[in-house]
Structures are given as C-alpha cells and as structure tokens.
Design a protein around this ligand. Structure first.
Ligand code: T4K
Length: 409
C-alpha cells in the first residue's frame, strides 16, 4: 500500500495534491471466501446440473440460518427488498404501514411494491430507531402494521413496539437488513415480531452476492412466503392471489453458506476495527462514533460517526468531500430521509417538515470504510486524515467555500 502523508493543506487531494491512498477504500463489507472453497461449492452445482428452484444448497442454507438464529422458518429469496415485499404480502396488509423515514430507501419502496402507503415516523435521536412514542405520534386511522428497522444492527425497542401493535390490532415486522448476528436481551434478531427480513447483499457482513431471507416462527406465514416467492409448481402450500419470482439461486446459496461459516470471524474483525476507530476518533472535537451495547451480540458492520460542524470546524459534507479527495469513499447514509426522496416527497408532502430528528441525522451522519478490504493501517490512515482536517479546519473551510481545484481521480 502506498500512502502519502499530508503536511500542508495544499497536499490534500481536494486541493490538487496526490490522494493519500493509491486505490479506493469502500464502505461495503465485501467479504470474499477463499477461491478454493467457493470453487468446491460451485463444483457441486455443476455436478448436479441443478441451478435453481429451491435446490439442495438453498434448503441447506435455510436450515443452517434457522439453527443460527433460533427460529422455526427461514425463507431465502433473491434479495432483501423482494423479501420485504413478499413478507408484506404474506401478512395480508392493507392501507398504510408505519415506517421510519430514516432508513435505506428500499425499506419503503418494498412497501410501495406491495401496494402499501408509508406513514413516516421520526426516530429517536440516540438510538436512530423508531420507538412506541415516535410511532404513536405518526399513527393515522388505516395503519395495518409497523415496520421497524434495526438500524446499524442496533435492535428496535421490540417490547414497546409489540405492546403498541397489540393495542392497535396492527401487525409488527422488522427490516433486519443490518442486524444479522445481533441480539437483544440475549435473543438473536430473527425471532421478533411476526416476521423479520434480512439482506445478504455483497456489502453486508453475511453475503450471498445478492440475496435475502425472511424469518418467522409462524407456520402459516412461512407457507405463504414460500408460495408467494415462486411460480414453481411444487411450491404451493397455501392459496395466495399473487405470486412473484423471488427465488434464491443455488450459486447465491453456495456463497451464503460460505459466508455463514465465516460470519464469526468477520464479526470479530469488524469489532477490532470498530474499536480502533473509536479509540482514534473519540477525542476529536465534534466526532461521536455510534456505539453498540457490548453486552449483546453485534456484527459491528457499520462504522457511523455523528459529525457536529460547530465542534469539528467542518461539516459532515466537508469531511466526505475531503476524504473523497484521498480515495476514501465515505457515505452519507441515509441522506436524504426517505420522506424527501421521490416519489414520497411529492405524494406525501405533509412529512417534509414533520421529521426533525430524521432531517438532523441525515445532515450529520457519516459512514466510514470497514470490511474485509480494510486493514488496521487503513483505519490508522483514515483517522490521521480526519485529524489533519479537523486540526486545519480554519484554513480548509474558506478554501472549500471559495471553490477549489478538483480532486485527482
Ligand atoms: N433495508 C435496509 C435497511 C437496507 O440497508 C437495505 C440494503 C435493504 C433493506 C435492501 O436489501 P437488498 O435488496 O439490497 O438486499 C448498498 C447495498 O446495495 C444495499 O444492500 C444496502 N442496504 C445499502 C445500505 O447499501 P449502495 O448503493 O449504497 O452501496 P453500493 O452497492 O454502491 O456499495 C458500496 C461500495 O462498495 C461502493 O463504493 C462500491 C463497493 N462495491 C460494491 C459492490 C456491490 C464493490 O467494491 N464491489 C461490489 O461488488 O447500497
């Protein structure tokens, strides 16, 4: 790895200097199994000449995930977005669903594909998740369910949301795309609410390249999801009006099985890098690293920093621009909030100025690289860069405001 230390602000990539890193540092986990293990798994597919339609590898992955999470049923699907849509259809929801606006847009678009309208809720400023209070404040007459999102892998307050759902006769399900391997009160995420839905996208700590799955302890719901996810004639457990092709392929399942084997190792590695980031950034003014409850199981796959521009001397957006100049591809997750994204900003304008915590977080949070491609030296380098930005904020800020020579590609 070649890195270039910064001595003056003219050395910054943003102002025409050479980037610190010689190749991009991404935010995704991008865990790759060893090639020989992947080849051995794929060899079985070639030998059996069986590519898809709930083959042996998909069934094995479903069983292993069910064991790992302590749930009765796992239903594997093409990706997390389709798994959410299928779950919403299986729950037979109607009208609207209460959902946080502070989430990846897929949480909400999946509802739209299921023919449901969002009722946007604000989130708690500390947990970044919905609470019974924020849902209650948003509820309207036709809300048939709550969709909680365990953001960054930190579980929603499940008990209070369950109590609210029972009180109002609503279903409760969770978008657990970030939360594989995380627990609440010692119980693994996967068994909460009516259904929970996970993503196994390439950027996740558990990955099948593309992929997702739904978990439930309810036999009827599992049957409904298995039927809805496929037009295949052998997959008909229950009567449903509409079906879709949301099947997981055997190749995805091979990748998912290998990734499940590697999950403990990858979580441990994330935890180490997460701790190093915290140690290096905690004493910088205006920087607050989002922490996890270390009494619980965590996957530590998201390194999220809350940047206070007054304390740091630079805004979150300034930091992203400056890091980009050094080939550090930090992300503004989740900016803007879903209520400000099409089609919702036009279809539901009543939410535009109604979600102050979501708006505030979406202006301040920053995701930094953490995953297989990121080394201890990378973390040290990224933190040293950020320290340099903050220590030289007074000189950097006017240069950013007054325009600059673009960063080298
Ligand atoms: N609910 C929530 C709360 C979610 O966060 C997500 C997905 C979903 C539902 C839906 O689940 P899926 O339908 O996706 O299974 C990424 C992922 O695409 C998405 O899965 C994830 N959440 C979201 C938070 O992040 P992008 O578009 O912001 O990231 P992307 O794909 O550009 O990748 C990040 C970086 O990694 C890039 O700089 C490029 C690099 N990269 C990426 C891939 C895929 C690589 O170097 N190699 C690769 O193969 O959405």
């Amino acid at each position: 790895m070649t890195t270039r230390a910064k001595r003056r602000i003219d050395d910054l990539g943003r102002f025409g200097g050479d980037p610190f890193f010689d190749s991009p540092r991404h935010v995704g986990q991008l865990n790759f199994p060893e090639w020989d293990r992947f080849r051995a798994g794929m060899q079985g597919i070639f030998d059996r000449r069986f590519f898809t339609n709930h083959g042996p590898k998909v069934r094995e992955l479903e069983e292993r995930l069910a064991d790992h999470l302590g749930v009765r049923h796992v239903v594997c699907m093409t990706n997390g977005t389709l798994a959410l849509t299928v779950a919403a259809r299986a729950l037979e929801l109607t009208g609207s669903v209460a959902v946080p606006a502070f989430t990846f847009i897929a949480s909400v678009q999946a509802l739209s594909w299921a023919g449901l309208d969002p009722v946007f809720c604000d989130v708690d400023p500390v947990t970044h998740n919905i609470s019974a209070r924020t849902v209650r404040e948003a509820l309207t007459g036709d809300v048939s369910a709550i969709l909680g999102v365990h953001l960054w892998g930190r579980p929603c307050p499940v008990d209070e949301l369950s109590a609210l759902a029972s009180e109002r006769g609503m279903k409760l399900f969770f978008d657990a795309a970030h939360a594989v391997g995380c627990s609440l009160g010692g119980r693994m995420v996967g068994g909460f609410g009516d259904v929970e839905v996970f993503s196994m996208h390439a950027t996740k700590v558990l990955n099948s390249a593309e992929g997702g799955f739904a978990t439930t302890d309810d036999d009827g719901l599992a049957d409904a999801m298995r039927t809805i996810r496929s037009f295949h004639r052998d997959e008909k457990f229950t009567e449903v009006p509409l079906r879709i092709n949301a099947k997981m392929s055997e190749a995805q399942a091979v990748m998912g099985l290998l990734s499940l084997e590697d999950l403990p190792r990858n979580c441990r590695r994330n935890a180490e890098l997460h701790a190093l980031y915290r140690e290096r950034l905690c004493c910088l003014p205006g920087f607050d690293v989002v922490a996890f409850d270390e009494r619980e199981a965590n996957n530590h796959q998201y390194l999220i920093v809350d940047v206070d521009a007054d304390g740091a001397g630079l805004s979150r957006n300034d930091i992203v621009l400056l890091l980009e100049g050094e080939r550090v591809l930090a992300r503004r997750y989740f900016t803007p909030g879903a209520h400000r994204c099409p089609p919702y900003r036009d279809d539901f304008p009543q939410y535009l100025d109604a979600l102050p915590v979501t708006d505030r977080l979406s202006e301040r949070l920053l995701q930094l690289p953490l995953g297989e491609g990121i080394t201890v030296a990378d973390v040290e380098g990224i933190c040293a860069l950020i320290r340099f930005f903050v220590e030289n904020a007074a000189a950097i800020r006017p240069r950013l405001e007054g325009g600059h020579r673009g960063a080298k590609a």
